[in-house]
Each structure stands twice: as C-alpha cells, then as structure tokens.
Design a protein around this ligand. Sequence first.
Ligand code: CTP
Length: 215
Amino acid sequence: MTFLITAGPTREPIDPVRYISNRSSGKMGYAVAEAALDVRHDVILISGPVNLAPPRNAKFISVSTSDEMFEAVHRHADESNVCVLCAAVADYKPAQVSPVKIKKHADGISIELVPTRDILQSLGCQDARKFLLVGFAAETDHLEANATKKLREKNCDIIVANDARIAMESDENELLILFRDGEMKKISRASKKILARQLVKIFSNSQQKSLTKKM
Ligand code: CTP
C-alpha cells in the first residue's frame, strides 16, 4: 500500500524574518512513516519544518506554508491508499505578507489573520475518494466530544485523538481512536514509535476491510 503522511507544523510568514507557527515536533508523523516503511509500505512524507532526519526510502516532500502543504497533498492523494494527516497545520495566516521587515513602533500593532484552507476537510469532501482518510485531533479538553465532531465535520474514516499537552514535543503519547461506524479504541501511554506500529496495523486493516466491502 502507499501511505501519504503529513507531519510537523506549518509556518505562515508575516514578513521576510517573522512567521506564525506552533510547537509541533513532527515526531508522531515521522514515527508513522517509519513504521509503515518497516512493514514494506510505500511512503510519501509531506513535512513542515522540523528537526528530524527524513526516513530513508520515503518519498520526501519538504514544505513550509499551509498552502504549500495543501498543494503537495492534493498532488499525491490519488496515488495513495491511506492518507494520514498528522500535521499541525496553522489555522490562520496573515492577510498580507509584508515584502520588507516590519519596523518597531512605539505603540502596538495588529496583524489581520485569515483562515487557512483545511486540507483534511478538502479531502473528506471528495465524492469518489478511494483512499482511507485518517485525521488527527489535538485537544486540551473534551477529547472525545471534540474528536467526534471533527470526524463528522471533516468526513474522515478514522480520527486519532490526543491530548496536545501530552503529545506536543514529547516522545510519548496516548491515543483515542474513533472510527466512522462508532467503534472506539483507547491506546494507553507509550512511545510514539510503539504507537505508530499499532496505528499502521489499524490503518491497513481498515483499508483492506473497506476494499472488501466495495467488492
Ligand atoms: N488540518 C488540516 N488543515 C488545516 C487544519 C487542520 O488538514 N488547515 C487537519 C490536521 O492535520 C488534523 C485535523 O485537521 O488531521 C485536526 O486538526 P486540529 O488542529 O486538531 O483541529 P482544527 O481543525 O485545526 O480545529 P481546532 O484548532 O479548532 O481544534
């Protein structure tokens, strides 16, 4: 199978020296990529800026902004069997990017932010998609309720929910996995590498099951 995986944060430029971003380390997405490669799947890894070495044997696409990630995902989604959108895509970007460095002023400044495009939702609303669509949900509260809402609103097959306070920058995570048919699976705290192996098994089984149903 071919796995398309997004990982890491995006950077939304304000001017040539500043940007808006978040604390995502990319570790979960890279661990899923490594785990998929270990069991001989093909991997397309689309990554925002992180301090991790790209996995050997993956097709690696480096991006910076949410728009670049959007374009790369759409370019490769149809050649994939499983799309796992792990990246912490910025929800907002500056309405305008200054071509020159913004100078300091005595009084404060405001930056107008506009929403970025939601990559997961844009794949979820494709009528004839053939790939299994997996989203992640990073929450700090009401994990199950918020993740259930994302599963429905973004029309994915699986949502992997995690507590952002445990997951961010850490080597460990704990997961609540929600499936479209209402099934739910909890995986207690473990290293992201171990969790990734279990996730890859779950994703490939689900993709296989959905293929059998369609036949
Ligand atoms: N996502 C995306 N494009 C965006 C924002 C999010 O593809 N512009 C994807 C993420 O990769 C993840 C899922 O949507 O798979 C949920 O991301 P999350 O940050 O948890 O939720 P948001 O939709 O951004 O909502 P909120 O920040 O309000 O929780």
